[in-house]
Write a new protein. Structure first.
Length: 92
């Protein structure tokens, strides 16, 4: 009877160690996943900041392109007026 109890105690001890080892592995895996999540969050925040920076740059470039287009149209209009005046001068 004592031998049987000893065997049961040894088995229980072995099972307990096995469960403890599994728990430790789970804690390690959870810790690793938390670190990975933090790293991913950092990457996402950096990418969001870069997207906002690039969007702002695109808006400024669009505004500059519009300004340049208006200046171009004005120069073309002035050129046409001067061309018309020059033609009238030579015809008159």
């Amino acid at each position: 009877e004592i031998s049987e109890k000893d065997r049961a105690l040894v088995k229980e001890s072995f099972d307990h160690q096995k469960v403890e080892k599994q728990c430790e592995q789970m804690r390690n895996e959870t810790s690793r996943m938390k670190r990975q999540l933090e790293t991913n969050d950092d990457v996402i925040h950096k990418q969001d900041a870069e997207i906002q920076r690039l969007a702002s740059m695109i808006r400024r470039m669009d505004e500059e392109a519009l300004t340049q287009r208006k200046e171009y149209d004005q120069v073309i209009n002035e050129r046409d007026i001067l061309g018309t005046q020059l033609i009238r001068r030579y015809d008159g």
